[in-house]
Design a protein around this ligand. Structure first.
Ligand code: ADP
Ligand code: ASP
Ligand code: MG
Length: 412
């Protein structure tokens, strides 16, 4: 019997009725003849509420304790879903990450999966049970509980699909799939039926939070085909997979945005070899991901360095930067939390020069100032003021005609 992994996000299990809906969907899959492994997130906004609770106690809670706290969200939802399945007359068994052996490194709050043990799940499936696994959590070799970063249940699902050699990995959420922009900002955005790992990686890393970036990396590395679909309809959604001959090749696949980053600038840094390394090494050692970096042209032997990073990492980054400013004798530093990043992503960009200029033109027409720019072969990103983000997303979505259909080579 083939194995199907189905992951249900927080909004799909936000209340009792929704948990019962998930139970019905899971049982229907089982009755259709598959062994089912379900991965669930914490109910609704539980994780946000736990983060807020911790924040009221400490501005910088120890990360190990944060993981102990956050992992409880998913422990509630697996048990509740198992109960709902029993109510429908079917057998289920819930597991924490620890119990099934989702082994991670010890980078608390953003741990990486290093091994997935499949024995416990295989035994339960063999006895006819539906397995329900807590998403987002794992355990170190020293038996400490870890979490995989926000949105990490997607990665749990992909890792299980790879480890169990599953036939399918379905990611159920509150939208019908991956769209050309966040449907909350652009209601007329179109569904993308198929997307390559390469483009999905860029979309996820630039803010399309429908899939956690690491889940797409893991899927690409282990060749797991992901299907993103709605918990509330029967639409086929979006398939994320390796590029193949039959796939449409749009120039622009989507417009993404990210409002959860801030920008730190260090002013008047002596411009000499080794300074950039001195800034970014301690940040890396503290497991802080730096996104964009801009170093200004040097003036009289001094320069400014700006970089963007997750808002969550700012308190830890600031204490490192304050020490460095003292050590370098730099002029000072500044924090801007009200920035946003807007990106356009599309594999067709590689062969179509001029897309960046068009993007800058659209932003200029809307009087939006660009603070930083970065590119990859298939993505262009600009940092702008956060207040302008919705206007920027809508204007670019319209300019590249993404509502009608993906812009293909033939259309230009
Ligand atoms: P879940 O709780 O199921 O994991 P998430 O909130 O993590 O769901 O992700 C789904 C949300 O991602 C959607 O509600 C949507 O607002 C947002 N989103 C952002 N960009 C996109 C996009 N390009 N396509 C689809 N959804 C997107
Ligand atoms: N509950 C976790 C979060 O809110 C994990 C997830 O939903 O994937 O980030
Ligand atoms: Mg999610």
């Amino acid at each position: 019997m083939g194995i199907i992994v189905q992951k249900f996000g927080g909004s799909s299990v936000a209340d009792v009725e929704k948990i019962k809906n998930v139970a019905r969907r899971v049982v229907a899959t089982k009755l259709a003849g598959s062994s089912v492994v379900v991965v669930v997130s914490a109910l609704g906004d539980t994780t946000d509420e736990l983060v807020e609770l911790a924040r009221q106690i400490s501005a910088k809670p120890p990360e190990r304790e944060m993981d102990m706290l956050l992992a409880t969200g998913e422990q509630q939802s697996v048990a509740l879903l198992a109960m709902a399945i029993f109510e429908l007359g079917h057998e289920a068994i819930s597991f924490t990450g620890y119990q099934v052996g989702i082994v991670t490194d010890d980078s608390h709050t953003k741990a990486r999966i290093v091994d997935v043990k499949s024995e416990r799940i295989m035994q339960a499936l063999a006895s006819g049970k539906i397995c329900i696994v807590a998403g987002f959590q794992g355990v170190t070799v020293d038996n400490d509980i870890t979490t995989l970063g926000r949105g990490g249940s997607d990665t749990t699902a992909v890792a299980l699909a790879a480890g169990l050699n599953a036939d399918k990995c379905e990611i159920y959420t509150d939208v019908e799939g991956v769209f050309t922009a966040d449907p909350r900002i652009v209601p007329e955005a179109s569904l993308v039926p198929e997307i390559t790992y390469e483009e999905m990686l860029e979309m996820a890393s630039s803010g399309a939070k429908v899939l956690q970036l690491r889940s797409v990396e893991y899927a690409r590395n282990h060749n797991v085909v992901m299907q993103v679909r709605s918990s509330f309809t029967d639409s086929e959604g979006t398939v994320v997979k390796e590029e193949d001959e039959g796939m449409e090749r749009p120039i622009i696949s989507g417009v993404t945005h990210n409002t959860s980053e801030g920008k730190i600038t260090i002013y008047g840094v002596p411009d000499r070899p080794g300074i950039a390394a001195k800034v970014f090494k301690p940040l890396a050692a503290a497991n802080i991901n730096v996104d964009m970096i801009v170093q200004n042209v040097s003036y009289k032997g001094y320069t400014d360095i700006s970089f963007t990073l997750d808002l969550d990492d700012i308190p830890r980054a600031l204490s490192i930067i304050e020490d460095l400013v003292r050590e370098f004798g730099a002029q000072g530093h500044d924090l801007d939390k009200d920035i946003a990043k807007i990106s356009i992503v599309g594999a067709g960009m590689k062969s179509h020069p001029g897309v960046a200029a068009e993007m800058f033109d659209v932003l200029a027409e809307n009087s939006i100032n660009i603070q930083m720019i970065s590119t990859s072969p298939i993505r262009i990103s600009c940092v702008i003021d956060e207040v302008n983000i919705a206007t920027a997303v809508r204007a670019l979505h319209e300019h590249f005609q993404l509502s009608e259909e993906a812009v293909t080579d033939e259309a230009l």
